[in-house]
Design a protein around this ligand. Structure first.
Ligand code: SF4
Length: 245
């Protein structure tokens, strides 16, 4: 007799998708613990979880009415036995979405893949990035403040972004080039930039300005090289604005 695997569950709840192409879609969120990155501005307590079996998970979602499930994290794709959970949910007829950092292979059982590559881990994406998704959402962290705090940084006091206009321009140009690089690496139907939230503030103005620059540049290149370039859009975490989970 084989024992049923357990899953690291941070939380399970029913709500509306708050961001990206499926904004407003009713969904059951299954948030799995642990991540392969450690972005300093991460808003998820992915190390606080309990162990649940597939039966426990089905019990937790039994009264929910949504037919879509969003598997999120942390980084859900690194979870052992994820395939078993996905298969069990698929048999029940759920439409399965995943939210991933784009560094790990995604199960073919997933119906909709939303990935969020992290600029603060730029080097990792040169080696390990997946090639296909439905949507790409990039947080506008042009100074890479999401990098995990190193001993060096801790000793040399708090990290402060450079503020000279030319340094900001250079950082923006590098960020734009990286977004284009990601769009070349990850083929997707939709591309979004999301504001970075830090200390209760969102850099919305910087985000929309960068979307304008990305799209203007893509228009120019499209005419010059006759290639199809993505149209970038704004994705806000509207669940936070609407005060829902
Ligand atoms: S990849 Fe996502 S879940 Fe993981 S640390 Fe970064 S923001 Fe948090």
């Amino acid at each position: 007799m084989t024992s049923s695997p357990s899953f690291r569950i941070v939380e399970i709840f029913e709500s509306l998708q708050g961001e990206g192409h499926n904004t407003g879609m009713p969904a059951i969120f299954i948030r799995l613990g642990r991540c392969s990155l450690a972005c300093s501005w991460c808003d998820t307590d992915y190390l606080r979880y309990q162990h649940m079996s597939i039966d426990d998970i089905f019990q937790a979602i039994a009264t929910y009415t949504a037919k879509n499930i969003i598997i999120t994290g942390g980084e859900p794709s690194i979870h052992p036995h994820l395939e078993m959970l996905l298969s069990a949910l698929k048999v029940k007829g759920y439409f399965l979405c995943i939210e991933s950092n784009a560094l790990h292979t995604i199960s073919p059982l997933i119906d909709y893949i939303a990935v969020s590559p992290k600029y603060c881990y730029e080097e990792r994406y040169e080696k390990d990035c997946i090639a296909q998704a439905d949507e790409v959402r990039i947080v506008v962290d042009i100074f890479k403040i999401g990098q995990p705090v190193t001993t060096e940084k801790k000793v040399s006091s708090q990290y402060e972004p450079p503020l000279a206009p030319e340094q900001i321009q250079l950082a923006q140009a590098r960020f734009i080039a990286w977004c284009q690089n990601m769009a070349n690496k990850i083929h997707a139907k939709h591309y979004f930039l999301s504001p970075l939230e830090e200390g209760g503030q969102m850099n919305i103005l910087q985000t929309i300005a960068l979307i304008g620059q990305l799209n203007a540049r893509n228009e120019e290149e499209k005419h010059a090289k006759e290639t199809i370039k993505p149209h970038w859009q704004l994705s806000l975490q509207t669940h936070k604005l609407a005060n829902i989970q």
